[in-house]
Design a protein around this ligand. Sequence first.
Ligand SMILES: CCCCCCCCCCCCC/C=C/[C@@H](O)[C@H](COP(=O)(O)O)NC(=O)CCCCC
Ligand SMILES: Nc1ncnc2c1ncn2[C@@H]1O[C@H](COP(=O)(O)OP(=O)(O)O)[C@@H](O)[C@H]1O
Ligand SMILES: [Ca+2]
Length: 532
Amino acid sequence: MEEPVGGRRRPRLVSSLALGQRAWEVTLEWERGLLSWRDPQPRRRGGNCFVPASEIIAVEETDKKCTSGKWEKMAKPHAFTVYYVKRAQKHRWRCREVTFWCIDEQLCNQWIQALKELLELQKSRPKQLLVYINPYGGKRQGKRIYEQKVAPLFSLASISTDVVITEHANHAKDNLFEVNVYKYDGIVCVGGDGMFSEVMHGLIGRIQKDSGIDQNNPKAPLVQNNIRIGIIPAGSTDCICYATVGVADPVTSALHIILGDSQPLDVSSIHHNNAFLKYTVSLLGYGFYGDILKDSEKKRWMGTIRYDFSGFKTFLSHHYYEGTVSFLPAKPTLGSPRDKNRCRTGCYICSHSKQQLEEQQNYGSEHNEDEEEDWKVIKGKFLAINAVNMSCACPRSPKGLSPAAHLADGSIDLIIVRKCSRFSFLRYLVRHTNQDDQFDFTFVEVYRVKKFQFTSKHLEDNDSDVKDIGKRHFSQFCSDHPTCCCTLSNSIWNCDGETLDSLAVEVRVHCQLIKLFARGIEENSNDEAIYC
Ligand SMILES: CCCCCCCCCCCCC/C=C/[C@@H](O)[C@H](COP(=O)(O)O)NC(=O)CCCCC
Ligand SMILES: Nc1ncnc2c1ncn2[C@@H]1O[C@H](COP(=O)(O)OP(=O)(O)O)[C@@H](O)[C@H]1O
Ligand SMILES: [Ca+2]
């Protein structure tokens, strides 16, 4: 039965179709983009199901041979299956299916046609993707995860893919400078944070090159692009996936890609002496996290537990580092790292930053904040300097290094952990795993900033031009603790899981430079009352 609604162009489609052994009233509302099916006998429980068109994965005519015995008893059954997103526990998504049947072939075709037309209206969905798989990331399961869990879903959603299995580090990055990236709706990386970082560097670098932007110029306004990056988690920490989706789960990520989700993301650029070093989207950490990464890279053979091993070892070594941190605070309108509110899907602070960014771009009003505002300077001895563009939530720390950090507000949370006792540092670390406030310590400071710089004391002491490269790695016994064996040496930077060796860095955030196939972490995401 077709019924025009209020004189609107597209009529609502309402039919009595069989689901299992019973007849259901199935409705497709074009205006609301909603598929629903209702048990006409209300005394039965759980009889109402709603699926927004934006969450339908695919619609297919159902092959009669594949169905159970009940079909064979019918003269000429016709059926179609709707695949849709089902929310499960802890931000996981799953692909569910429902098969409706009837004896009228024309009615069945009408439904298939209508649902396919509705899917065609979902304009943000990708049709062509370029996929890079790191076969050696995490537990070395990247290829299997992609082939068994992700490729069948992409194929169901009629997404065509070009797949590259990387043969060496930087393969994906170099490849992105060679291929025609513009023919793809998105790039998918199968791996961990390091693999994401490689793909991001390739994509941002390629866009800047094609736009004539010199990445070495720290003041250059970087060019955005609409090619989204999808992350299929298959690494060791998978923090970028976890902090943007709410879970590190390959099927969930594949479904976010299929639905064409879009989550803008801040990217910070790291320079020194007018030379571009790297970009970062999650953690840029000197001291503790740099040392863990440096040690763990030598232990890749251990697999994912290398981080636990190196983490314990680095904790025991209790190294601290001297230097100067200077930073430009962000405007108070961007909130504070001590806020109770979290960045979630449709975040107000990130949306407001987007508006401001658009106004800036329209009026070309990028004013020089350095001259207008005060830089703050902190000199001292630090166990860790962590700059995070997002919460850095991950399975090890579900609330992350800075729980109130925002994905797309154009600011960095700068966490400074001053030298303290091992016991105090342990208390600080433990608070990353429970509900207590990890910033409520006298030796921890946290600031929301736009830009920051760090210079190691060794570089300051040895003149700004380091003449003797050997001095970069010298170390001496700690004069304060002659018996504890902690050394005063240089650390390295942990830059989204990639090592970066630089005694001084200048870091600046680029608001919403890239987009991911994600939507941020959903609030109350497994609300059974709304979805079937
Ligand atoms: C006594 C219990 C202490 C527990 C402390 C837990 C604190 C964990 C915070 C983790 C933050 C992680 C930030 C993300 C880092 C990743 O980018 C990086 C590379 O990831 P991948 O490429 O997927 O391997 N991972 C790390 O640097 C590992 C940090 C591990 C810290 C124990
Ligand atoms: N085929 C390959 N062989 C070796 N290294 C690779 C390959 N492909 C990518 N890499 C590099 O592996 C590093 C770690 O990858 P990632 O997927 O993040 O795994 P993990 O989370 O275990 O660190 C990245 O620096 C990436 O550049
Ligand atoms: Ca941010």
